[in-house]
Write a new protein. Structure first.
Length: 288
């Protein structure tokens, strides 16, 4: 029974006089960087907040992983945890794909929402998960985000949403596309109430998410190297029959062309958000 709880081990034979001896190394001790191909010690990667120390590649973070480095300890209170997708169009194998994603991510859907504090400042936060069907936006993702936005409006709280998505969820067809209008409408009411919405774009933020709430922030931040766009570069090149500029649709390119406000390294994001929330709170106090 105990053996099931221990990590599996790989055996590596030592060549030479000591060939009879073996060295055992636990599975998952190292991970290969998909960009520079170097082997990284997992503990070092954890210490660097999921950023490759060699090439600065940004590994995607799970919602809970992002919360652990972002919000004040013990401050997060999840909303709508039990909400899960159905199969409104009876799309083949959709139920199976949902079950696989739920098991893999230990979440019911591709977004986690709730109330939290950053540097003592209360806010409503939403974090998308690219591991769950590529962070695609279906009915439940749209509904959870809309409820989070409406909660922020009702309680007069700032809102921060971390986007990571491949776009609308094709298995839900028009129901998925309707979430673009629904989230945008809720944000319009939040804006009319004079409240702050900070949108943080992570890799990738594409499709219907980019075309709706992700680009409606009062302040739009992005992680370094994040892919941000509607259609993919290959589709655009095939459509316009032209070669795209170097770095097209990456966060730095968008910053240079005025599409976003800042590219913020992951280790600085908590401090930057804390400062922005404090400035907004001070402005509200001065205006009262």
């Amino acid at each position: 029974m105990l053996s099931k709880l221990l990590p599996k081990k790989k055996r590596y034979a030592i060549v030479g006089e000591k060939a009879k001896k073996e060295v055992t190394v636990p599975d998952g001790l190292y991970i290969q960087c998909p960009k520079c191909k170097k082997s990284l010690y997992k503990q070092d990667l954890h210490a660097s907040l999921g950023v490759c120390p060699g090439c600065q590649y940004y590994y995607p973070l799970s919602p809970k992983g992002r919360l652990s480095i972002l919000v004040d300890k013990g401050s997060f209170k999840e909303m709508d945890a039990d909400m899960a997708s159905s199969n409104p169009l009876d799309f083949p194998d959709y139920d199976k794909k949902l079950s696989i994603s739920q098991e893999k991510t230990e979440q019911n859907e591709a977004v986690l929402t709730g109330e939290a504090q950053i540097k003592g400042k209360k806010l409503i936060i939403g974090i998308m998960d690219s591991r769950f069907m590529m962070g695609s936006m279906g009915s439940v993702v749209g509904e959870k985000l809309t409820r989070a936005i409406e909660r922020a409006t009702e309680e007069k709280l700032p809102l921060v949403i971390f986007s990571a998505s491949g776009g609308a969820r094709m298995q839900e067809g028009i129901f998925s596309l309707m979430q673009m209008a629904k989230t945008s409408s809720a944000l319009a009411k939040h804006d009319e109430a004079g409240l702050l919405f900070i949108s943080v774009l992570t890799d990738p933020t594409t499709g219907g998410v980019t075309a709706s709430f992700a680009m409606l922030g009062d302040i739009i931040l992005a992680e370094p190297g994040a892919l941000v766009g509607f259609a993919g570069p290959r589709v655009i090149e095939q459509t316009i029959k032209q070669k795209l500029p170097e770095g097209f649709q990456r966060a730095e390119f968008l910053l240079e062309h005025g599409m976003i406000d800042a590219v913020v390294p992951r280790e600085q994001l908590r401090d930057i958000l804390g400062q922005l929330l404090e400035l907004h709170q001070k402005e509200e106090t001065d205006n009262e």
